[in-house]
Write a protein that binds this ligand. Structure first.
Ligand code: ASP
Length: 424
C-alpha cells in the first residue's frame, strides 16, 4: 500500500479532531476529552518544544560553520534581518489598510462591549501584568535581554531562545575563525549531533497526526465551553473583526509572499506551497512557531532543497523574531479596539502602531497567545484602553492559529529568498 503523505495524515488528524470535539460537546462528554484526549496534545507540543532549543543551537552552529567565512555570515545576517524587518512593516501596513477600510469596530454595539468587558475582566489583568513587566524596563532592555549571563539558565527557559541564538552565533563565529584539527573534531561532533536531533524529529513527526487530532478536539471543547450556541454568538459578534484579520492573512499568504517568491526568489510558487504545507498545518495546530520549527526546517531542507547553511541560520532566527502574522494582527486589533471606544486614530498614532507592532512582534515569544500579551504595549503606546482586549479575547485562539501559519510562511519565504540570492 502506498504510504499516505505526512501533510494528508495531519489534515485527516485535524478534521477528525474537529469532528470528535463537536460530537463531544453535543453529546456532553467534553470532560472525557479534557481528561483523556487533551493530554496527548499537550505531550505532543511538549515534545516539539523539547527539541526546539537543541535544534536551534545545533542547527545554527552547523549552519554557520558550513559557511566559507565570516564575511559571508555577516552578509547573510544583514540580509536576513533587513528582509524580516521589511516584511513585518509591510504586514502592518496591509493590516492598517484593511482595518481602516472595513472599520470593523463601528459594527460593535455598546451593549456587547460592556458585556465582554465584564466577562473577561479577570483574564485581562493577567495579560496586563505580563505586559507591564515587559514595559517597566528601559529602552535598551531588549538588547540587554539578548545577552545571557549563563547559557545553561538560558537554555532552561524556552522564552529565552534569543539568548541561545546569541550564544550559538558566538560559538559558530569562533569555530569558523579557527582552522585547526581540534576544532575540526568539535565540528564533526556537532554534525553528528545534528543528525541525531533530526532523527528524533522524525520520531516525533510519526505521532503528529495523533497530536493534532488531540489538540483540535481539545480546542473545540475549550472554545465552546460546553455550549456550541454561545460560541456561535461570540463568533457572530466578532465576525467582522475576525474577517478583517482573516482577510489580512489571506493577502499575506496568497498575494504578498507569492509576489516575493516569484519576482525576488524566482521560485515556483506551487512547489513552494506544496513543500511547506506540513509546516503550515503544524503551525495552525500548535499555534507556536517555535514548536513548528523542526517541521519548517525539514520542509525547507528536504523539499525546497535549501542547504543547511542557510536554513540553519535564517529559520531559527525567523521563528523567534519574524512574526508578520502577529504584527499584522496587532495593528488590526489595536485599531478595532480604538474604533469600538469611539476613538479616531490620527496618522501619527497609526505610525506609532507601525513602530510598536514591529517591536512587539519581535519581542513576542513564539508560543500560543504571545501576540495578545504584546498587544497591550501597542494599545498603551496610542492611549487606547487596555481593557479593550476583553473584546477580542474570545476569538483570539483561532486567530492565533492563523497568524502563526503566516509567521511560519514568512520565515520560509525569506529563507528561500536568501538562499536563491546567494546562489544565482
Ligand atoms: N503564536 C504565535 C507564534 O508562535 C505568536 C502569537 O502571535 O501569539 O508565532
Amino acid at each position: 500500500m502506498k504510504k499516505i503523505p505526512l501533510y494528508l495524515q495531519i489534515i485527516i488528524g485535524m478534521i477528525l479532531g474537529i469532528i470528535f470535539g463537536i460530537i463531544a460537546v453535543v453529546f456532553k462528554f467534553d470532560s472525557f476529552v479534557a481528561d483523556w484526549v487533551k493530554p496527548w496534545g499537550t505531550i505532543f507540543i511538549s515534545l516539539l518544544k523539547l527539541i526546539a532549543i537543541p535544534l536551534i543551537f545545533v542547527s545554527l552552529i552547523k549552519g554557520i560553520t558550513s559557511l566559507s567565512d565570516i564575511s559571508k555570515l555577516s552578509r547573510i545576517g544583514l540580509k536576513t534581518v533587513s528582509w524580516y524587518l521589511f516584511t513585518t512593516v509591510i504586514a502592518i501596513t496591509i493590516g492598517l489598510l484593511i482595518v481602516n477600510t472595513i472599520n470593523p469596530g463601528k459594527y460593535f454595539s455598546e451593549d456587547k462591549r460592556i458585556e465582554f468587558q465584564q466577562k473577561y475582566s479577570e483574564r485581562i489583568e493577567v495579560k496586563q501584568q505580563a505586559a507591564t513587566e515587559h514595559k517597566k524596563k528601559g529602552p535598551l532592555q531588549f538588547v540587554v535581554d539578548i545577552v545571557p549571563e549563563n547559557i545553561f539558565a538560558a537554555s532552561a527557559d524556552n522564552s529565552k531562545m534569543l539568548q541561545v541564538i546569541f550564544f550559538a552565533i558566538l560559538l559558530g563565529i569562533a569555530m569558523l575563525s579557527i582552522k585547526n584539527k581540534n576544532v575540526e573534531v568539535v565540528r564533526d561532533f556537532f554534525e553528528g549531533f545534528n543528525d541525531i536531533i533530526l532523527k528524533i524529529i522524525d520520531y516525533i513527526m510519526k505521532i503528529a497526526p495523533l497530536g493534532v487530532f488531540a489538540l483540535l478536539a481539545a480546542l473545540i471543547v475549550d472554545f465552546t465551553d460546553g455550549d456550541i450556541v454561545e460560541a456561535k454568538d461570540l463568533f457572530i459578534a466578532l465576525g467582522i473583526y475576525s474577517l478583517s484579520v482573516v482577510l489580512g492573512i489571506l493577502v499575506m499568504i496568497f498575494v504578498f509572499y507569492p509576489i516575493l517568491l516569484k519576482f525576488v526568489a524566482k521560485q515556483n510558487i506551487v512547489e513552494f506551497f506544496k513543500a511547506i504545507l506540513p509546516a503550515q498545518l503544524m503551525a495552525f495546530s500548535t499555534s507556536s512557531s517555535a514548536a513548528t520549527l523542526p517541521v519548517t526546517m525539514e520542509c525547507c531542507e528536504k523539499k525546497l532543497k535549501i542547504p543547511e547553511e542557510y536554513s540553519g541560520f535564517v529559520l531559527p532566527v525567523g521563528a523567534t523574531v519574524n512574526m508578520d502574522g502577529t504584527s499584522m494582527y496587532q495593528a488590526i486589533a489595536a485599531v478595532f479596539i480604538a474604533q469600538v471606544y469611539g476613538m479616531d486614530l490620527d496618522l501619527m498614532q497609526q505610525l506609532t502602531i507601525v513602530l510598536t507592532a514591529t517591536l512587539a512582534s519581535i519581542g513576542a515569544a513564539a508560543v500560543p497567545g504571545a501576540g495578545i500579551i504584546m498587544l497591550v504595549i501597542v494599545l498603551n503606546s496610542i492611549g487606547v484602553p487596555v481593557e479593550g482586549i476583553a473584546l477580542i479575547m474570545a476569538v483570539d485562539r483561532i486567530l492565533d492559529m492563523m497568524r502563526t501559519t503566516v509567521n511560519v510562511t514568512g520565515d520560509s519565504t525569506i529563507a528561500t529568498i536568501i538562499y536563491k540570492s546567494e546562489n544565482k
